[in-house]
Structure formats: C-alpha cells, structure tokens
Design a protein around this ligand. Structure first.
Ligand SMILES: CCCCC/C=C\CCCC/C=C/C(=O)SCCNC(=O)CCNC(=O)[C@H](O)C(C)(C)COP(=O)(O)OP(=O)(O)OC[C@H]1O[C@@H](n2cnc3c(N)ncnc32)[C@H](O)[C@@H]1OP(=O)(O)O
Length: 305
C-alpha cells in the first residue's frame, strides 16, 4: 500500500484498494512491479478547490468545484482549474469532462469581486490573464465538455457554462444564469459577448448584456442559454446520459468540427490578449468603477440583514 501511495501521491483510487495491495500487481518489461487495475477503476484527485474523478472505463472525468461559500473564481481557483483541465487534456484516456458544483444552490458566483476591488494594476493584470486562460482552456478544449449547472451561475459562472459544449440545468426557478455585468456597473468584455452570441444569437445577447439579464431556469431554456432542464437531483445523471451520446461520435470528426466553430472566436482573443489585459486594468482601477464594485458588494451583504 505504501508503495502504491508513493508511486501515485496525488491520486487516490476508490474501490478495491486493499485488494490491490495484496494481489493485482503486474511486472513490467523492465521488471518493475506495477499495480494492475480492473477495467472499471476510478481515479480521484482532490486539489484545494476541485475534485477530479476520472473513470477509465468511460473516459469521462467529473470535475466538481468546491470553493465555499459560492465557488467565486479567485486567482488561485482559476489557476488550479486551468491546470486540472490541461492535465485532463493531456490524458489520452480522457475524452470528456462533466463540470459541476459540489456546493448547494450555486454553480459559480462568477469572478471573485475581491480580486478586482482595491487591488493594484499588477494584481489585476495577473488575475485577468488567469480568467482568459480558464476560458481559452475550456472553450478550446478537444474534450467533450458538459456543464451540469446545479445552481445559480451569474457572470463568470455563466461564461464557464457557455464555454462547455452542452448545458444541463437544475429545473429550479430560484436558480439564475446570465451575464449580469452591467448591474455591477462593469462591462462584459468582447470575448464574453462573443461566447454568448455564439450560444444564443445576436438579438438575445444584445438584450441580455445591456439589461444584465439573469435568466431563471425556464427562461434560460427558452432563450437557449441551457440545453436541458432536469429535476435537481438528476443533473449529474442527465449529464452522464448526455455525454454518452457525444462519446458515440468519432473524436477526430467532432474535434475538427468544434475547432471550425470556435477557432475564430478564440483567435480574436489570442491576437488581442495583452490589449485586453490593458483594457481591463485601466477600466477596473478607475475610481468610479471601484466605487460601483464597492456599492455592489455592500448590497450583496445587506441582502442578508
Ligand atoms: C470597455 C472595456 C471593458 C474591458 C473589461 C472590463 C471590465 C471587467 C469585466 C469583468 C467581468 C466580470 C465578471 C464577473 O463574474 S463579476 C462577478 C459577478 N457575480 C455576481 O454578480 C454574483 C454575486 N453573487 C450572488 O448573486 C449570490 O452570492 C449568489 C451567487 C446568487 C449566491 O447567493 P447566496 O447563496 O444567497 O450567497 P450570498 O449572496 O449570501 O453570498 C455568500 C458570500 O459570498 C460573497 N460573494 C458572493 N458572490 C461573490 C463574488 N462574485 N465574489 C466575491 N464574493 C462573493 C457574498 O458577499 C457573501 O459574503 P459574506 O458571507 O462575507 O457576506
């Protein structure tokens, strides 16, 4: 058992671990003793904010976000997220990812406002690069990506869900999803806007962005922001069912098609990446914008009292 943990320090296998410590070992050609897993073995790794459960049998990883209280996207969270997606991308066994939340009522509250409030230009630039990286990794992924939206998903949370190939949301009218940036007195950048336009079309995006619309689950389905509504308890199982249809498509054909659809949008950010960071930094550090963020945060906290 100790050897097993030494060989795979970041990975814990659920299932018959004790059994493997006694038997289930195979000798490699170089003579090394390697663990030999049954075909259906699952591998789970946990970082500070994420759990990644890989099922070797299906080739599907479930990535569960768990950063209480609301899965806000801090610099550390975003860094971990991008590394985890990159690792799965490089894992030849992994063909698909289901992204979900491990917290009640919230998928993700979007960008962590405290990363943008009262921070200097250098921090803001580093933070924004991490936001870009998260989107580039997810929107540009070769893997099948399904968002299992089991709670509210405003702003950056909505961006994350839109970056996936397919969205399944809990049928709960209390949950909402949308790009509500204007309500905070800030502006969704061009690539947030492009992602939404690619998802729900020009007119619906124009309305949604100017009004900062947060759609409840039934409206989100109506405008096409999500693809399916299912009872809350079934979000994850519905995502598994949905991904099996996608897995039946040959990867190379699906990947080329996905790239054909998404590459122009991705290239637009890649060719303006530094300029986009500079725009963000000069916008977010303005006194008037900082004031808007402060007022918004105060209102958020007052809702409780
Ligand atoms: C012209 C050129 C333009 C260039 C670009 C320039 C501009 C910048 C673009 C920036 C794009 C921004 C994207 C974003 O994602 S901004 C974040 C937007 N997010 C929100 O508006 C969500 C706010 N939160 C909520 O609505 C709710 O919290 C909820 C997610 C629906 C969950 O509700 P509930 O379960 O009732 O939880 P609480 O409201 O009680 O929240 C618990 C604590 O968490 C704090 N919180 C909530 N959201 C955030 C957040 N996004 N960041 C940081 N902290 C957050 C909340 O204050 C509570 O804290 P407390 O316990 O200390 O009171």
């Amino acid at each position: 058992m100790a050897t097993l943990l030494k060989l795979f320090p970041t990975c814990t296998w659920t299932g018959r671990l004790a059994h493997l410590s006694r038997k289930g070992w195979a000798q490699s050609r170089s003579g090394r003793l390697l663990p030999c897993f049954p075909a259906s073995q699952r591998c789970a790794s946990t970082t500070s904010y994420l759990t990644v459960e890989m099922d070797d049998n299906t080739g599907v990883a479930v990535v569960t976000m768990k950063s209480p209280p609301v899965n806000s996207l801090s610099l550390d969270f975003l860094t971990e997220f991008s590394i985890s997606i990159e690792k799965l991308e490089m894992d030849r066994k992994c063909r698909g990812v289901i992204l979900t939340s491990g917290l009640p009522k919230v998928f993700s509250a979007g960008l962590d406002i405290m990363e943008m409030y009262g921070k200097g230009p250098e921090h803001c630039a580093e933070f924004w690069r991490a936001v870009q990286e998260m989107w580039l990794k997810l929107y540009g992924s070769n893997m099948i990506t399904i968002a299992a939206v089991n709670g509210s998903s405003p702003a950056g949370g909505c961006l994350m869900a839109m970056a996936c190939d397919y969205r399944i949301m809990a049928d709960n009218p209390k949950y909402s999803i949308g790009l509500n940036e204007t309500l905070l007195g800030i502006v969704a950048p061009f690539w947030f806007k492009d992602t939404m336009m690619n998802t729900i079309g020009f007119r619906a995006t124009e309305l949604a962005l100017q009004l900062g619309l947060l759609h409840n689950a039934p409206n989100a389905l109506r405008v096409g922001l999500v693809d399916e509504l299912v009872p809350e308890k079934e979000v994850l199982s519905a995502a598994s069912t949905a991904i099996s249809k996608w897995l039946a498509i040959p990867d190379h054909a699906r990947q080329i098609t996905k790239s054909m659809m998404r590459k122009p949008t991705i290239d637009r950010l890649l060719s303006h990446r530094d300029q986009d960071i500079n725009n963000f930094v000069s916008f977010i550090t303005k006194d008037s914008i900082q004031k808007s963020l402060q007022v918004y945060m105060e209102r958020l906290k007052q809702r409780k009292t």
